[in-house]
Design a protein around this ligand. Structure first.
Ligand SMILES: NC(=O)C1=CN([C@@H]2O[C@H](COP(=O)(O)OP(=O)(O)OC[C@H]3O[C@@H](n4cnc5c(N)ncnc54)[C@H](OP(=O)(O)O)[C@@H]3O)[C@@H](O)[C@H]2O)C=CC1
Ligand SMILES: O=CCS(=O)(=O)O
Length: 250
């Protein structure tokens, strides 16, 4: 890694939603090692506190804000916490999400609504809260977590895929509207090790997901992709990354 690349992450203020486990937590660890100043958000405060202690032991600056991304006011408070703490916000990682897959005929409407609330509205609220700050600064970077399921649909994925196609559309719309100073990255992973498969409550689908996730790659692979997007020069916007296990056909 060149010093120049290192400097592009050093000191950046990065908010990560869904930082209490999986891809969010691993991304925080990678960015902490590179000198970013972190704001960790999720609902499970004790997990965030534990991670913040770990990052501080690495010499990083990290602060915690318990946040439910389905609540617009809480997301606004999260961004305010970042700017109150560090005076700016450089990167908003809209990562919080869940994946309770099931066939449409099962009619698990509560789970569908939860996916729309977290995966779609959570991202919208993140954009809504952070965009004015970035416009004011005339710089900033959104990294929004879509999925391979935001590019393909398979039996059981209809609503999850709809939510992740929506993330893609939100990111692309933002890119076209946000002007020359704000970067937008849509990151679409395939099977990656995390707690995500635990959100599948439908037994038959859970079995299929567990089979797929036997090939899952470490969360570290996504964290490195996020680092790559952030460390580019300000005039280079990595718009999309699709990242799968080599063994994943879908
Ligand atoms: N792992 C994979 O294979 C893939 C993951 N993704 C996407 O990556 C993102 C991260 O998932 P991943 O790390 O894998 O899964 P995890 O289940 O490990 O993490 C999900 C995170 O989202 C948080 N979260 C869930 N609901 C809310 C909420 N209402 N408000 C705030 N935070 C919430 C959880 O924290 P808490 O419960 O404490 O609130 C947790 O930190 C998701 O958007 C997922 O769709 C995309 C493709 C593949
Ligand atoms: O989001 C989940 C990853 S996959 O099932 O679409 O590969």
């Amino acid at each position: 890694m060149s010093n120049e690349q290192n400097d592009r992450i050093q000191g950046k203020v990065v908010v990560i939603t869904g930082a209490s486990s999986g891809l969010g937590a691993e991304t925080a660890r990678h960015l902490a090692r590179r000198g970013a100043r972190l704001v960790l958000a999720a609902r499970r405060q004790e997990r965030l506190d534990e991670l913040a202690r770990e990052l501080k032991d690495l010499g990083a600056e990290a602060t915690v804000k318990a946040t439910d991304v389905t609540d617009r006011g809480q997301v606004e408070a999260l961004v305010k916490h970042a700017t109150d703490t560090y005076g700016r916000l450089d990167v908003m990682v809209n990562n919080a999400g869940l994946m309770p897959l099931s066939p449409l005929a099962e009619g698990r409407v509560d789970e569908w609504e939860q996916m729309i609330d977290v995966n779609v509205k959570g991202v919208m609220y993140g954009i809504h809260a952070a965009l004015p700050v970035m416009n004011q600064q005339q710089s900033g970077h959104f990294i929004n977590l879509s999925s391979v399921a935001g590019h393909v649909v398979f039996p059981g994925s209809a609503v999850y895929s709809a939510s992740k196609f929506a993330v893609w559309a939100l990111s692309e719309g933002l890119r076209k509207e946000a002007g020359p100073n704000i970067r937008t990255t849509t990151l679409s992973p395939g099977a990656v090790q995390s707690e995500l498969p635990q959100s599948v409550g439908h037994d038959e689908t859970a079995k299929q997901v567990n089979d797929l996730y036997e090939m899952a790659i470490p969360a570290d692979s996504v964290a490195r992709a996020i680092v790559y997007a952030i460390e580019q020069p300000a005039d280079v916007d990595i718009n999309e990354i699709i990242l799968r296990p080599t063994a994943q056909e879908m």
